[in-house]
Design a protein around this ligand. Structure first.
Ligand SMILES: Nc1ncnc2c1ncn2[C@@H]1O[C@H](COP(=O)(O)OP(=O)(O)OP(=O)(O)O)[C@@H](O)[C@H]1O
Length: 576
C-alpha cells in the first residue's frame, strides 16, 4: 500500500477531482429515491400533475449531473491508474538497468518480467477499483443507511442484522485469497521462465528430441497455475451469489415487515419504495466496498514483489562523478584482486599491469576464470578484495559512465538487437559517421557479408539475430566495439566463431587501430594470442604464469601443453 500511495501522490490534482466528482455523484444518486418517494406519496396519491412533472424534471437534472460526475470519474480513474502503472514500469526498468549479475541471480529474469508486466497490471486494476469505490461507496453506504433509517427505522434494523455476516465473509475471503494470490504470481514467474527457455532453446529441445519431457515440465507448471487461478476464481465468483442471497433474504423480510407496517398505516408506499432503493444502494455499495478488500491481498502481493526490486541493494554503485583526464601513458593495474561469487572463490591473487599500446592475452582451461577477470574491467562485477586501478585511480571511484565509455567490450556470447545492421553497429556509438561505420565493418571483416545482403547496412536483423550465423554475429559485435574508438578493447573469446583465416584477418586489421589502446584478448586458440605483448595463463582462478609466447613455451608446462595440443591444427599451418 505504501508503494501505491507513493505513486498516487504524483497525481494529487486528478485524485482530488476524482474524489469531488465521486462525492457529487454519490449525493446526486442518493437524492433520486427521495424525489421518487415524494412523487408517489404526494404527486400520484394526491393526483397532483404539476408535482409529478416537477419531480420528473428534478430527476432529469439530477441524472444529468450524475452522468457528468461518472464521466469525470472515469477519466480521472483511467488517467491515474494507467499513469501509476506507467511510472512503476519505468522506475522498475531504470532500477533493473543498474542490476549486476548478483541481482539478476536473486530475482531471475522471468521473475523480473512478471513483476514488470503482471504485477504492475494488478496494481493498475486495484488502483482503478479503489479510485472508483474508495470515495463513492463509503459515502453511498453511509448516506443510504442514514436515509433508510430516516425512511423507516423499523425496517432499518432488518437490514442492519445482515451487515456483520457480510463483514465476516469479507475477512474470510481476504485471508484465504492472500496466500493463493502469492502462489499464483510465483506460478506465473515459472511459466514465464519455462516458456522463455523453451522458445530460446527450441533447437536444442528438438535436436535432443526432448519435446515430450519439456511438454510435461510446462504442463505441470501450467496446471499448478491453472489450479490456483481456478481456486481464486471460484472463491471470488462464489462471493457474489452468496452476497445476493443475503440481500434477497433481507428484501423478502422487508416486504413482509413493510406490508404489515403499510396495513397498520404507519408506513407510506412511497417510503417503502425509497427504502428499497436505498437498501439496494447500501447493499451494492457495501459489495463494491468489500471488493476493495478482496482485491487488496492480490494487489498487496504484487506491490510487495515490486517493492522488493526497488528495495534491493545495487551491488555495482557509481561512487563518484570524477571524470578521467587524457593521459599520455595510461595503464590498468590489477592489485591483489580476489572475486568471490556465492561463497566460491572464482579469482584469487590477480596481479598484473597492462600499458597503453599493449595487448594482454588470457588463456587457460574452461572455467579457469578468464571471462570473470575481464568482466571486472567494465565493472560488470566488482572485486571482493583488492582493486583495479586505471592511471593509479581505483576504477570504483571513477564515474561509471565515463569509465565504461572508454571501453569497447565484445562479450563471449554475441548479442544483437532487433533492428538494422547499421543500428546494431551504431549501438556502440550513436554519433558514428558513415565512414566510421564502414571502417569498423571493414576491420571486423563484416563487409563481405553485409555487401551481399539485399539492403546492405539497412538489412534487418531478426530477434536474437536468428537470421545471422555465429561468425556474422561475432563480426558485428566486434564492429560495434570498434566504432566506439575506445581506449580499452576487451575481446572475450570474441573470435571463437570465426574461421582461422577470418580470425587472422581481423587481428591484423585491428592492429591499425589498437596502437594507442589497451587490448585484452581472451581466447582458446594459441594462434589468436601468440603475438600478444603479455600472455596470462590462468588455472583455477589464479594467474600461474605470464610472459611472451616463447618465454611461456620454456617456463610454463600448462601453456606448453595447450600449444602442443593445438600443433598441427589448420590455424598453425595458416600462420606459417
Ligand atoms: N554468474 C555466476 N555465478 C556463479 N558462478 C559463476 C558465474 N559465472 C561464472 N561462474 C563460475 O566461475 C568460474 C569461472 O568462470 P568463467 O566464465 O570466468 O571461466 P572461463 O575461464 O571464462 O571459462 P570458458 O573458457 O569456459 O568461458 C567457473 O567455475 C564458473 O562456474
Amino acid at each position: 500500500m505504501k508503494l501505491i500511495i507513493k505513486y498516487l501522490k504524483r497525481y494529487k490534482l486528478l485524485f482530488i477531482l476524482n474524489a469531488v466528482s465521486a462525492l457529487g455523484f454519490a449525493l446526486v444518486e442518493l437524492g433520486i429515491p427521495t424525489i421518487v418517494a415524494d412523487i408517489i406519496d404526494y404527486g400520484i396519491s394526491g393526483n397532483n400533475r404539476t408535482y409529478i412533472i416537477n419531480g420528473g424534471l428534478k430527476i432529469l437534472f439530477v441524472s444529468v449531473v450524475g452522468v457528468m460526475g461518472t464521466i469525470i470519474m472515469g477519466y480521472c480513474c483511467a488517467k491515474i491508474s494507467t499513469g501509476i502503472t506507467h511510472d512503476i514500469r519505468l522506475d522498475l526498468y531504470k532500477k533493473i538497468q543498474k542490476f549486476s549479475h548478483n541481482e539478476f541471480s536473486e530475482f531471475k529474469i522471468a521473475g523480473l518480467i512478471t513483476r514488470t508486466n503482471n504485477d504492475a497490471f494488478q496494481i493498475q486494476l486495484f488502483v482503478n477499483t479503489i479510485l472508483r469505490m474508495a470515495v463513492l461507496t463509503p459515502v453511498m453506504l453511509i448516506g443510504s443507511l442514514i436515509l433508510t433509517y430516516r425512511s423507516s427505522s423499523d425496517l432499518f434494523w432488518v437490514i442492519f442484522a445482515t451487515i456483520p455476516f457480510i463483514i465476516l465473509g469479507v475477512i474470510i475471503v481476504a485471508k484465504v485469497t492472500g496466500p493463493i494470490s502469492e502462489k499464483q504470481q510465483r506460478g506465473l514467474d515459472d511459466i514465464n521462465r519455462i516458456s522463455r527457455e523453451n522458445l530460446t532453446g527450441l533447437r536444442v529441445i528438438r535436436s535432443f528430441n526432448r519435446q515430450k519431457s519439456e511438454e510435461i515440465r510446462f504442463s505441470k507448471t501450467n496446471e499448478e497455475f491453472a489450479h490456483n487461478s481456478k481456486l481464486m476464481f471460484k472463491i471470488m465468483q462464489s462471493t457474489q451469489p452468496i452476497f445476493f442471497l443475503l440481500m434477497n433474504i433481507a428484501v423478502c423480510r422487508i416486504y413482509y415487515v413493510g406490508a404489515i407496517l403499510i396495513s397498520d398505516g404507519s408506513l407510506e408506499i412511497g417510503k417503502l419504495v425509497a427504502f428499497l432503493d436505498y437498501l439496494f444502494h447500501a447493499m451494492i455499495s457495501m459489495m463494491l466496498f468489500c471488493m476493495i478488500f478482496m482485491m487488496y491481498p492480490r494487489a498487496n502481493v504484487s506491490a510487495k514483489r515490486i517493492q522488493e526490486v526497488f528495495d534491493s541493494d545495487i551491488s555495482i554503485k557509481n561512487l563518484s562523478t570524477e571524470k578521467l583526464e587524457d593521459e599520455e601513458n595510461s595503464f590498468i593495474e590489477f592489485r591483489n584482486v580476489k572475486y568471490i561469487k556465492d561463497g566460491k572463490t572464482i579469482l584469487n591473487n590477480i596481479n598484473f599491469t597492462a600499458k597503453k599500446g599493449e595487448t594482454i592475452a588470457i588463456v587457460g582451461a574452461t572455467g579457469s576464470g578468464k571471462s570473470s577477470l575481464v568482466r571486472l574491467i567494465p565493472r560488470l562485477s566488482d572485486p571482493s578484495e583488492g582493486e583495479i586501478r586505471f592511471n593509479d585511480k581505483n576504477i570504483k571511484y571513477i564515474d561509471i559512465n565515463n569509465w565504461r565509455n572508454k571501453i569497447g567490450f565484445v562479450a563471449q556470447k554475441a548479442f544483437l538487437f532487433k533492428g538494422s545492421i547499421r543500428d546494431n553497429i551504431c549501438f556502440g556509438n550513436a554519433n558514428a559517421a558513415e565512414k566510421d561505420i564502414i571502417e569498423a565493418a571493414e576491420i571486423a571483416q563484416a563487409m563481405d557479408f553485409i555487401s551481399t545482403r539485399k539492403s546492405g547496412f539497412n538489412d534487418e536483423i531478426e530477434e536474437n539475430a536468428a537470421n545471422l550465423s555465429g561468425g556474422q554475429k561475432q563480426r558485428l559485435s566486434i564492429a560495434r566495439a570498434i566504432v566506439r574508438k575506445p581506449d580499452i578493447y576487451i575481446f572475450d573469446d570474441a573470435f571463437s566463431a570465426l574461421d582461422f583465416k577470418t580470425d587472422a584477418k581481423v587481428r591484423a586489421a585491428l592492429k591499425s587501430i589498437t596502437g594507442n589502446a589497451i587490448t585484452f584478448i581472451v581466447a582458446q586458440r594459441i594462434s589468436t594470442i601468440k603475438d600478444a605483448d603479455k600472455i596470462l595463463v590462468m588455472n583455477h582462478g589464479e594467474i600461474i604464469s605470464s610472459g611472451k609466447h616463447n618465454e611461456l613455451l620454456d617456463n610454463c608446462k600448462i601453456y606448453k601443453d595447450i600449444v602442443d595440443s593445438q600443433i598441427g591444427l589448420e590455424e598453425m599451418l595458416y600462420e606459417e
